[in-house]
Write a protein that binds this ligand. Structure first.
Ligand code: PMP
Length: 414
């Protein structure tokens, strides 16, 4: 028994799946204390879209730390924060004609969701929030109330109120979305539901099974919210920052959410940071109404700005990512082929293979780890193997990872 077993709580989970002490990492490779190398198809749960220790971000970070500049600063003004905001405006908001105010709600994605829910309630004066089955929005009480996973919800220990869940059915092919459930909630006085403040949605359900909503469904949802004066919150914590091929995952649908949650890869380096974006007319916060100690983190501003400046100035990076997306989806289709009921799920570099037989995906993840690949599962029963490589990965490494995954899948299902 080592210190991880004796001192850490049972609540840890990645420790269990990958029982190695990871010592170093570079790009898409991790190195264990045991001398083994692991290819990374997990990217820090989506926090490492630019890979581990990317020199493009590492160099400015080291220079910054050695320069005696400010590290912690509450939410005071610093040059690092100025540069991050300028880059975000110049390379992300402006080219997409988006007009959002930016708030730093705290270090994690959950913090971003909490701020979004609170703001939606404050702006509309309504309490009810609509979310979707199998959604994942975080582990604190507010974000948990809009999370679909019943095991995680039970962990709250108190009733989770003022939120209800609707079927996430936007992935069905070839159907004209009718939004019967939403219309019922909004238009039927017998539904028993109070008029909601907001609908919160993931365009791809990162934890809930990699269901990806179609663009037409997202457009219909946005239209209905608009008609009924309900705010649309897109939780882009996992699907954002380029993971689906565009910076925001909702760009494909050409919708403009009222509120957007970002975190995970916004610092680009794995440093904790979150943003909540909202339309300027929603900025009715009073100073101090939603504050805290760690909001906006100067080292994360430095790496975040470096990532935006290096990767998002023009379309070159998006072309590289588009090539990886094609390669990943081709590889996953081959892995799914010939297995009864197996199917590719997801969008962009947030994709995987669904297996109808319980336990299959988990066994494949374990076998992949034994063969030197970090890959996770997704879905309420862990029924989907989830490939989330870095956006900076080389085609060669993606090929290697897919080969390991295919070998592991063959060993488990063959
Ligand atoms: N929203 C989504 C869509 C997520 O995937 C996650 C994390 N998996 C969160 C919110 C919560 O983020 P964090 O774990 O950083 O609090």
């Amino acid at each position: 028994m080592d210190i991880f077993e004796t001192l850490e709580s049972e609540v840890r989970c990645y420790c269990r799946s990958w029982d190695t002490v990871f010592e170093r990492a570079a790009g898409s490779t991790l190195y264990g204390e045991d001398g083994r190398e692991y290819l990374d198809f997990f990217s820090g749960a989506g926090a490492l879209n630019y890979g581990h220790n990317n020199p493009v971000l590492l160099r400015p970070l080291v220079d910054y730390l050695l320069s005696g500049a400010i590290v912690h600063s509450l939410d005071m003004k610093t040059p690092a924060k100025r540069r991050f905001l300028e880059s975000f405006q110049e390379f992300i908001l402006k080219p997409r004609h988006l007009d959002y105010k930016v708030m730093f709600p705290g270090p994690t994605g959950t913090n971003s969701v909490e701020a979004a829910l609170k703001l939606a309630r404050k702006v509309t004066g309504r309490q009810h929030i609509l979310s979707f089955t199998n959604a994942f929005h975080g582990m604190t009480l507010g974000s948990l109330s809009v999370t679909g996973n019943s095991m995680k919800r039970q962990g709250a220990g108190v009733p989770l109120t003022n939120a209800s869940s609707m079927p996430y059915d936007g992935f069905f092919d070839g159907q004209t979305p009718d939004f019967l459930w939403l219309r019922h909630a909004l238009e039927d006085s017998g539904s028993g539901l109070d008029k909601p403040a907001a609908v919160i949605v993931e365009t791809v359900q990162g934890e809930g099974g990699l269901r990806a909503a179609r663009a037409s469904w997202l457009q219909g949802l946005a239209e209905l919210c608009h008609q009924h004066d309900i705010l649309l919150i897109v939780d882009d914590v996992q699907a954002g920052c380029g993971r689906t091929g565009t910076f925001f995952s909702f760009e494909e649908a050409a919708i403009t959410p009222d509120i957007v949650c970002l975190s995970k890869s916004i610092s680009g380096f794995g440093l904790p940071m979150a943003l909540t974006l909202f339309k300027p007319e929603l900025d009715i916060w009073k100073p101090g109404e939603h504050n805290g100690t760690f909001r906006g983190h100067n080292p994360a501003f430095v790496t975040g700005a470096a990532a935006l400046e290096h990767y998002w100035q023009d379309g070159r990076f998006e072309s590289h990512v588009a090539g990886l997306i094609t390669q990943l989806h081709d590889g996953l289709s081959q892995i799914a082929a010939g297995i009864d009921g197996a199917a590719v799920r997801g969008r962009g570099l947030l994709a995987g293979v669904y297996y109808p037989h319980p336990g299959t995906a988990e066994k494949i993840a374990a076998e992949s780890f034994a063969r030197g690949l970090l890959v996770e599962t997704s879905g309420p029963q862990g029924e989907v193997i989830k490939a989330m490589p870095a956006l900076t990965m080389s085609h060669e490494n993606l090929r290697k990872g897919l080969d390991i995954l295919a070998g592991a899948a063959e060993a488990v299902t063959g």
